[in-house]
Design a protein around this ligand. Structure first.
Ligand SMILES: [Mg+2]
Length: 373
């Protein structure tokens, strides 16, 4: 419970000076000793011990961002790293870092989730922030039930229809200028029913299946509370953008269904742009939208082919691959900078970026110092 005394982030609207005036330096100092002495291996001990003074020096926009400080040694963090590292999760306090507060662009930033040089994080939607695959499975089960109960289909037939529709969705090629997505997807169901049961086309049954599938899927698309909390905290330090591929109507309906708009500074749907991920143009469009450089942005997503390849193509600062199953990707796949098994691990990745930068700066200083001698 002593850890609470070390958490130096500030709530919105509270200045560092107020925080410092209200704090008890002797208490903080005591807690620091309790924390630092057994740790031993914290490389930034001196910086940490000066934290009280540093808080006082932060006086507004442009104040220097002090380096990150770990609350736990690396071994306890369940870290992650380039390539296939980081199979452990960093939730539940592990991997959390604390940085002295900083003020930037009118926002009081806790800094706990930011990283120097990172001004924006782009998030994919499907199977990254929301579990679209699970919602789709629930929707299929609803349709199977309806086909069996209301239309006297056998279970095998009902499942065969749904499998055919899913295969058609995977191969779907939609030109919104020529067809609306609703008509196209009702046609998928119509074809699947005819291919499975035979007989005349049954457009009304197809429409019933489609709308049941769609409404059930949307109903189960939710942004988990802990994800919302992570986004809220992260947005205190960096700008957030939702970047999702797909048909405009479909993706907008998903965005509305999971009510994720308030957590982002901007939302970009691939179907509304000239090109989708992994084209660099859509990433550069996102950067322009937020007024940041590609080298100041991080892309987080579950798709190596679109999210990671796209981030690499666009020259982003880093790519973070969400690999929930920790499956081994093909050798030919693009290599992300970081791999996580839960989107909630992202703050620890940003911490790692900062740590790496600090370590690099430290090495450079050492080299410089050695050279001078
Ligand atoms: Mg995705």
């Amino acid at each position: 419970m002593l850890w609470k005394g070390l958490w130096l982030s500030l709530p919105a609207g509270v200045s560092p000076e107020r925080c410092c005036a209200a704090s008890r330096p002797e208490g903080i100092s005591c807690l620091l000793h309790l924390f630092l002495l057994p740790a031993g291996r914290f490389s930034q001990t001196s910086t940490f011990l000066k934290s009280g003074k540093k808080i006082k020096k932060v006086s507004g926009a442009g104040g220097r961002s002090p380096p990150l400080m770990r609350l736990r040694p690396a071994a306890a963090r369940g870290g992650e790293g380039r390539g296939r590292e980081g199979k452990k999760k960093g939730r539940g306090g592990k991997g959390r870092v604390c940085r002295e507060p900083r003020v930037r662009a009118g926002r009081v930033c806790s800094g706990a989730m930011g990283a120097p040089g990172v001004k924006a994080v782009f998030f994919d939607l499907d199977n990254t922030l929301v579990d679209t695959a699970a919602a789709g499975r629930r929707a299929i089960e609803e349709v199977v039930k309806a086909l069996r109960c209301r239309h006297r289909c056998g279970e095998g037939q009902a499942r065969a229809i749904c499998e055919k529709v899913q295969a058609k969705l995977l191969k779907e090629c939609h030109d919104p200028a020529r067809t609306c997505i609703t008509e196209l997807r009702i046609s998928h169901w119509e074809e699947a029913i005819r291919e499975t049961i035979g007989g005349e086309a049954n457009r009304s049954l197809a429409a019933e299946c489609y709308f049941l599938w769609k409404s059930t899927r949307l109903r189960h698309l939710t942004l988990a509370e802990e994800t919302r909390g992570m986004l809220t905290e992260l947005r205190k330090a960096v700008r957030l953008l939702l970047l999702t591929n797909g048909d405009r109507q479909t993706q907008r309906e998903k965005i509305e269904a999971c009510a994720c708009q308030p957590y982002f500074d901007a939302i970009v749907v691939g179907g509304e742009q000239k090109e989708e991920k992994p084209a660099p143009s859509i990433f550069h469009y996102c950067c322009d939208l937020l007024g940041v450089q590609p080298t100041e942005c991080v892309m987080v997503g579950d798709s190596l082919d679109t999210d990671i390849q796209g981030g690499l193509n666009a020259g982003l600062k880093a790519t973070v691959w969400l690999n929930k199953t920790m499956a081994t990707p093909a050798d030919s796949s693009p290599v992300p900078h970081y791999v996580i098994s839960s989107v909630l691990d992202l703050p620890a990745v940003l911490q790692k970026m900062e740590h790496n930068i600090n370590a690099k700066l430290g090495n450079e200083r050492t080299v410089s110092s050695n050279g001078a001698c």
